[in-house]
Design a protein around this ligand. Structure first.
Ligand code: ADP
Length: 191
């Protein structure tokens, strides 16, 4: 199985590149952000809980997020592998993912991080907010909070997989095609 963690700050282009990777490698894309938005759109209890965190730019608690992720993986067992987008975002989530995959006799193949600087991110997210309908993309204060959470809680996940030589960083600036080429290079090296 090819299990890729697509990593990087909010607005770094993970969703865009995940779609390219799905077509190229035939993997299942699992975005926890998309799963939460689906639940919020249907006003489910999980969605209502998630909304109270997402609207402030905070992380949804690990227990809720991990449970939702496991359900999605378990519902789609017959695939070549997964692209995890927006997960894991904390060390606890990374540890859960590792033991969950180990139970299935597989593991994370590689974490590939898109490197984009903070000013570019704010610009991209405000721009996306004009059309995405996402309240968390419309307010610069919420965006800055998400970047702060990324730096304080999520960035460590890179180091966690770096310790076992699974992390790679690629430049996330430039054209979508150029970034995709770099991504494929990093994944093919890790396979
Ligand atoms: P982005 O990468 O643009 O910030 P996402 O769509 O990945 O957006 O996530 C949107 C929001 O959903 C996050 O700001 C966070 O509140 C919540 N979220 C998504 N994934 C996770 C996760 N793994 N753990 C906790 N919260 C999450």
């Amino acid at each position: 199985m090819l299990n890729i963690i697509l990593f990087g700050p909010p607005g770094s282009g993970k969703g865009t590149q995940a779609n390219n990777l799905v077509d190229h490698y035939g993997l299942l894309h699992i975005s926890t952000g998309d799963l939460f938005r689906y639940e919020m759109g249907n006003n489910t209890p999980l969605g209502l809980e998630a909304k109270s965190y997402i609207s402030k730019g905070e992380l949804v608690p690990d227990k809720v997020t991990i449970g939702m992720l496991k359900n999605k993986v378990d519902a789609n067992p017959d695939v070549k592998g997964y692209i995890f987008d927006g997960f894991p975002r904390t060390i606890a989530q990374a540890e859960s993912l590792d033991s969950f995959l180990a139970e299935k006799d597989c593991e994370v193949t590689a974490l590939v991080a898109l490197d984009v600087d903070d000013d570019e991110i704010v610009k991209r997210l405000l721009n996306r907010g004009l059309t995405s309908g996402r309240a968390d993309d419309n307010d610069e204060e919420i965006i800055r909070n998400r970047i702060g959470v990324y730096n304080n809680e999520t960035a460590q996940v890179y180091d966690y997989y770096d310790k076992v030589d699974k992390s790679t960083k690629i430049a996330g600036m430039g054209s979508i095609e150029d970034i995709f080429d770099r991504l494929k290079g990093a994944i093919d090296d890790a396979k």
